[in-house]
Design a protein around this ligand. Structure first.
Ligand code: SAH
Length: 258
C-alpha cells in the first residue's frame, strides 16, 4: 500500500523543506516523491542536511512542469489545504484519507497522489479542482498553516498507521489482478481528457460560455470526481459527448426547411 502513495510538492521555494519532506517520507516508509515546478534547487547543502540521510529520495524524485503530468497515472488525487475555499469540495481528515487507502490501493494499477502547495500561497483553486478530495489537518483555526514538511509528516503518519493495521501484504496473485479491465479505476489523465472533451462539447452546444464560466466546469468536475467513474463508465460518458457533438454538427449543416 505505501509503495502506491506519491507525495507531490508544487512550487516549493525552500530546498530545506524538500529535504525535510524526504526525511518525513523515509521515516514513514514512503519513497515516491514528485516535484512540480520547484522554485529552488532540489539538491543543495540545505536539502541534503534537512534530509538527514534520506537524500536518496531527493535523487530519485521526479521533476515535472505541471501537476497534470506529475499525477497522470494516479487513480486518486487528494490535495492538502490549510484553508477552506469558496466552492466546498469533499473534505477528509488525514485519518479519514488513511481509512480509504486499503480499498483505494487494491488494484495493481492504483496510485494515490497526495498534493502539497507552496509555502507562501498553498495550492491554487485550479489545482484543488483537479483533486478528488481535499485533506485538512484539523489544527488551531487561528493558526492553521503547518510547515510543509510537518504537513507531509502528519498525513504520512496516518497512512503508515493504517498500513500497520493491515494483515500482511497480499501476494502477487491475490485479488487485484482479477479486476476486469473495464472496472479498473481510471487515471487522472483519462479524467482530464474527459473534462477537456466535456468543456468543448458544452461550448459547441451553447450550454457553456468560456468567457462567462460561472464555475460551471468546477461544479461538473466536483460531481464527476465524486462519482469516481470506472473505465467502462467513462467510455460511455465519452460516447455521449461524441454523439452529442455529431448531432449538433448534423443539425447545423442541415439545409433550412422551406
Ligand atoms: N500559506 C499557505 C500554506 C502553506 S503551507 C496558505 O495559506 O495556504 C504549505 C502546504 O502545506 C500547504 O499548501 C498544504 O498543502 C500543507 N498544509 C499546511 N497546513 C495544512 C493543514 N492545516 N492542513 C492540510 N494541509 C496543510
Amino acid at each position: 500500500m505505501l509503495e502506491r502513495l506519491r507525495i507531490v510538492l508544487i512550487g516549493t521555494s525552500h530546498s530545506g523543506n524538500i529535504g525535510g519532506v524526504a526525511r518525513a517520507m523515509h521515516n514513514m516508509g514512503l519513497a515516491d516523491l514528485a516535484l512540480v515546478a520547484p522554485r529552488c534547487q532540489v539538491i543543495d547543502q540545505e536539502s541534503i542536511s534537512r534530509a538527514s540521510g534520506a537524500d536518496h529520495l531527493l535523487h530519485s524524485a521526479s521533476v515535472s512542469e505541471t501537476l497534470d503530468s506529475a499525477v497522470a497515472d494516479c487513480t486518486l488525487v487528494a490535495g492538502a489545504s490549510a484553508r477552506s475555499r469558496t466552492l466546498p469540495w469533499p473534505m477528509l481528515s488525514p485519518r479519514q484519507l488513511a481509512d480509504r487507502l486499503p480499498a483505494e490501493c487494491e488494484a495493481d494499477s492504483a496510485r494515490v497522489a497526495l498534493v502539497f502547495g507552496r509555502e507562501d500561497s498553498g495550492l491554487t483553486n485550479d489545482e484543488l479542482h483537479r483533486c478528488h478530495a481535499h485533506i485538512h489537518i484539523p489544527v488551531n483555526a487561528d493558526f492553521s498553516s503547518l510547515n510543509l514538511a510537518s504537513a507531509v509528516q502528519v498525513i504520512a503518519y496516518e497512512c503508515r498507521m493504517k498500513w500497520l493495521e493491515q494483515p500482511s501484504a497480499p501476494t502477487a496473485d491475490a485479488p487485484d489482478s482479477t479486476l476486469p479491465p473495464e472496472q479498473r479505476p481510471v487515471s487522472h489523465a483519462d479524467l482530464e481528457r474527459y473534462f477537456t472533451h466535456l468543456e468543448q462539447t458544452l461550448t459547441t452546444i451553447g450550454f457553456h460560455d468560456p468567457d462567462k464560466p460561472r464555475q460551471l466546469m468546477a461544479r461538473l468536475r466536483r460531481l464527476y470526481l465524486r462519482a469516481r467513474p470506472e473505465a467502462l463508465e467513462l467510455n460511455i460518458l465519452r460516447g455521449v459527448l461524441t454523439a452529442t457533438e455529431k448531432a449538433a454538427t448534423d443539425r447545423a449543416s442541415r439545409p433550412p426547411r422551406p
